[in-house]
Ligand binder design. Structure first.
Ligand code: HEM
Ligand code: HEM
Length: 185
């Protein structure tokens, strides 16, 4: 679905959700990489708790984002963009939606199967979604890790493309997603 016939900007709700999710992903991914590599202790616990809390927040935001996308749609691509770029960009956007939702769900199920708590920013713990099962936890964590690295690759591609459009092609692609207060449309 497209946002009318507009090409100039994303709806305000889409911009807000995009940048909130971006901030969470750009924080939780490095935290995930660090948390398994620091020594056991309070710092490691805090990093795990932050990673899980941000993951749950991403899940909630992505569900809202999916609903928002179906309700308000997205602006049609700029007509000057080459057809192959439009195809690659829609594919990457679709994959980002699917992978973020899948990663958060798999992380939550794996964590429950491991028998660990799922805290939400120290406010409360979420209930376990499956019973304790260490084999299942190990398999799902392996999936979670590898899809995590694939997701980081996709995000780097996505950010690289946005910067390429803005600084090299000097077109409006980044401005369509920026808040007005930051020079967006
Ligand atoms: C979209 C959200 C998420 C992203 C992008 C993400 C990303 C990652 C990545 C990249 C790793 C691998 C780190 C490494 O091996 O160096 C990881 C590990 C882990 N994640 Fe997530 N995660 C997300 C959501 C969650 C959620 C919701 C939970 C639990 C409630 C969770 C729990 C864990 C745990 C416990 C590990 C360590 C697994 C292990 O020891 O092998 N993650 N995550
Ligand atoms: C880590 C985090 C990020 C994720 C998961 C992400 C995900 C997405 C998704 C799914 C879309 C499709 C729009 C929609 O329908 O909601 C999108 C669009 C966009 N993103 Fe990101 N994004 C991230 C970070 C960034 C960053 C850091 C930049 C800028 C440097 C950026 C620039 C853009 C732009 C310009 C668009 C609009 C493209 C168009 O006009 O079609 N994103 N992003």
């Amino acid at each position: 679905m497209t946002y009318g016939t507009r090409t100039d900007h994303y709806p305000a709700t889409s911009k807000l959700l995009h940048w909130l999710v971006a901030a969470c992903v750009l924080t939780t991914a490095p935290v995930a990489i660090a948390m398994g590599r620091v020594s056991e202790g309070p710092l490691q616990n805090a990093l795990y708790n932050l990673h899980k809390s941000l993951g749950v927040l991403i899940l909630v935001l992505m569900i809202l984002r999916l609903i928002n996308r179906f309700v308000v749609g997205a602006p049609i691509p700029d007509p000057d963009i080459e057809p192959w770029q439009k195809t690659v960009s829609s594919a990457v956007h679709g994959l980002l939606y699917v992978m973020l939702l899948a990663m958060a769900v798999v992380g939550y199920i794996a964590n429950s199967a491991y028998g660990a708590a799922t805290p939400f920013f120290g406010l409360f713990d979420l209930p376990a979604v499956v019973g304790k099962n260490e084999d299942l936890a190990n398999q799902l964590f392996a999936v979670h890790r590898w899809t995590g690295f694939f997701l980081i690759g996709l995000v780097l591609m996505h950010v690289g493309a946005a910067l390429y459009h803005h600084f090299i092609r000097s077109d409006n692609v980044l401005k369509r997603m920026l808040p007005r207060a930051m020079g967006g449309y």
